[in-house]
Design a protein around this ligand. Structure first.
Ligand SMILES: O=P(O)(O)OC[C@H]1O[C@H](O[C@H]2O[C@H](CO)[C@@H](O)[C@H](O)[C@H]2O)[C@H](O)[C@@H](O)[C@@H]1O
Length: 390
């Protein structure tokens, strides 16, 4: 018998109702199962389930159908929710077995290390302007229990500062913009806080493109009073759950599960959902051990990336090469945009195989730093070569 970790994420976005089940993370007996490659189920009412390729045993089929039914009914089965939260931020790979290792190898072939593929990446960028987009938590800073103490190292800050000397660089985060600025402390960057709902350009002058505009954009500003109100309601409602923490991210709210006893996760999720259900203008998504409550508007990290490219004067350019690095489900919106535009690359930061639209992977923030430093050296060296030829 082989057991897998679980990841089942329900994205509850507007009228979408999507359940993604990641087979890497699904705790199932896989005895006699075919290759459990990554699959997803789009669950929309009245639409028949999309059955994953390949045959599955009845037991697995049944479980998938149950998940489907639950998602369509707007409910998440309790054990599924717990597993989904647990797997949103795995700390170790359970039961490493030959077939799991095989899966991991197959995943790495599909999403090779950006460090190993450095030459290919820089070759593909030749003649184009690289623009860097960096998520914060789990990408520039390691994941820690206390969100107020998610500091990035001095070495990482130096790497990002160097990076911004050569490439337009933006921090794109779920956090409140001011808070992430307090962590990063670099005035020469663009910052997109609250999942891109609060965007501001550099306050210290780096001008990369004649056409670049001054940036100050808040597409969800009318939601501010509502977010403040719901934040207070959530603080009140969750105060009886030991370890629960509610974070006001200005245009969105995070409810943290990381320090809550696993036995209380269902209960906490239920409380949060009850509050959110009271406000049809809001919805929620699951992040790493967190529920993120936000305005129901068509705006996300992917839209923020496109907006920033436009501000930088690269709206309809073919000579731009955006690179987006992130570790979380919300970063997938940006990875998808890059795929759609067929420009640049997404790099997923994860030690564990995950369903992703990113092209490459890096295991952890230290590898992100190595990649950024390498990019700076490459750019510097190519600038020196050009100079010596002149
Ligand atoms: O878009 P991001 O920059 O990745 O922000 C997403 C959430 O990040 C933070 O929470 C995460 O990091 C915490 C500190 O390491 C960790 O304790 C938590 O479990 C993670 O979910 C931030 O605190 C949240 O508000 C953001 O929504």
């Amino acid at each position: 018998m082989v057991s897998f970790n679980i990841e089942a994420e329900r994205e509850n976005m507007g009228n979408q109702n999507v359940l993604i089940v990641d087979a890497f993370n699904l705790t199932l007996s896989t005895e006699g199962l075919p290759n459990p490659s990554i699959y997803s189920i789009a669950s929309q009412q009245k639409r028949p389930p999309v059955v994953p390729c390949g045959g599955y045993t009845n037991k697995k089929k049944l479980m998938l159908q149950n998940l489907e039914t639950n998602a369509a009914a707007g409910a998440r089965p309790n054990n599924c929710w717990v597993e989904s939260i647990r797997a949103s931020s795995p700390t170790h790979m359970k039961s490493i077995t030959p077939s799991l290792l095989e899966e991991k190898r197959a995943w790495i072939i599909r999403h090779p290390s950006a460090l190993d593929m450095f030459h290919e990446i820089t070759e593909a960028s030749k003649g184009k302007q690289i623009v860097m987009f960096l998520d914060y938590d789990g990408t520039l800073s390691p994941i820690v229990e206390n969100p107020d103490r998610a500091f990035m190292s001095g070495k990482m800050r130096r790497a990002v500062r160097q990076l911004a000397k050569y490439f337009p660089t933006a921090i794109v985060t779920g956090r409140c913009r001011d808070k992430v600025y307090d962590f990063v402390k670099l005035a020469e960057l663009y910052y997109a806080g609250s999942h891109g709902m609060d965007i501001k350009g550099p306050t210290k002058g780096l001008k990369y493109n004649q056409k670049s505009k001054v940036v100050n954009f808040q597409p969800a500003s009318e939601f501010l009073p509502l977010i403040d109100k719901v934040y207070k309601v959530l603080v009140e409602k969750t105060k009886s759950t030991p370890g629960a923490r509610v974070e006001n991210n200005k245009f969105c709210i995070s409810v943290h599960f990381r320090c809550v006893d696993e036995k209380k996760w269902n209960d906490l999720a239920q409380k949060v959902k009850e509050v959110v259900n009271e406000y049809p203008q809001l919805n929620w998504r699951q992040g790493r051990m967190v529920m993120e409550i936000r305005p129901k508007i068509e705006w996300d990290k992917g839209k923020a990336l496109e907006f920033l490219l436009e501000c930088l004067g690269f709206a309809d350019c073919s000579n731009v090469f955006p690179v987006y690095m992130g570790d979380d489900t919300t970063d997938e919106d940006a990875f998808k945009i890059l795929r759609k535009r067929e420009q640049g690359f997404g790099i997923l930061v994860s030690k564990f195989p995950k369903k992703t639209s990113a092209s490459y992977s890096l295991r952890e923030p230290d590898e992100v730093m190595d990649f950024l430093q390498k990019l700076v050296r490459w750019k510097r060296d190519s600038a020196d070569t050009t100079k010596s030829k002149v």
